[in-house]
Write a protein of this length. Sequence first.
Length: 301
Amino acid sequence: MAENTVDTVSTTPATPLTLLGLGAMGAALAEAWLTAGHPLTVWNRTAARAEPLAARGAAVAATVAEAVAANRLLVVCLLDDASVAEALDGVDLTGKDVVNLVTSTPGQARARAAWVTGRGARYLDGGIMAVPPMIGVPAAGPYVFYSGSRELFEEHRTVLAAPADTRYVGADAGFAALHDVALLSAMYGMFAGVAHAYALIRDEDVAPSALAPLLGSWLTAMTGSVAATAAQLEAGDYTLGVVSDLAMQVAGTPTFLRTAEEQGVSPELLTPYFALMRRRLEADRANGAEDLTGVIDLLRR
């Protein structure tokens, strides 16, 4: 079962570390560690990106091997999983603690964990729930999901918390990526709904700025369904606490589609979900008393 641990930034010992990758996120992480007083060695394929950090006291390594050799704790923030393999190919990782913050799939994270531990290192995977301007700004609410070696996490949790809070979600190295992608998938679903809503009013005498507070407050109110869905899934009872049942909601979908047609808006962001709702209802009319939770089972292969 996933285990959550939340840390806040505090005074930290000057733990030295190495960072590979100085893109927008890597540079933000580097700035945060330097601000917190951690001796930092950096490497980037384009060396010029390290110059501002060197001016702040970071050591700049000429090669990946040199950077890795400098410290036991190694943080990787490169473009993708393939970049990690390329950068660390042939580099001695014996005795190192590798924290991989590259966005990846759960399967890639598990494979990378096996690849790293097979070379004599401990491994921790991370999923960053923040954009670069949020890093090092606790009030902005940044945090990172971590999974993999619990021992590595516990030993380095304070230094890892300098740029952003930490949430340890389990020993399975793929869980950080899984949590990351699950949350971001829900985010994009919300963005799709928002896009459709604004498209409906685009050619009307309704200012987007007038709709925005209404839309924001409505979506906030609807977040209560997140916990309700979890309760139904865990109970195995999709009729638990239902307010608007599936049959009633399916009956209402033609209004949304007709409105889109009248407004000259493509329904393509809505129709896949509406199709799942109808399939769930048509499979067994008894499902009509359920909430929308049953569509989750239709998505599983």
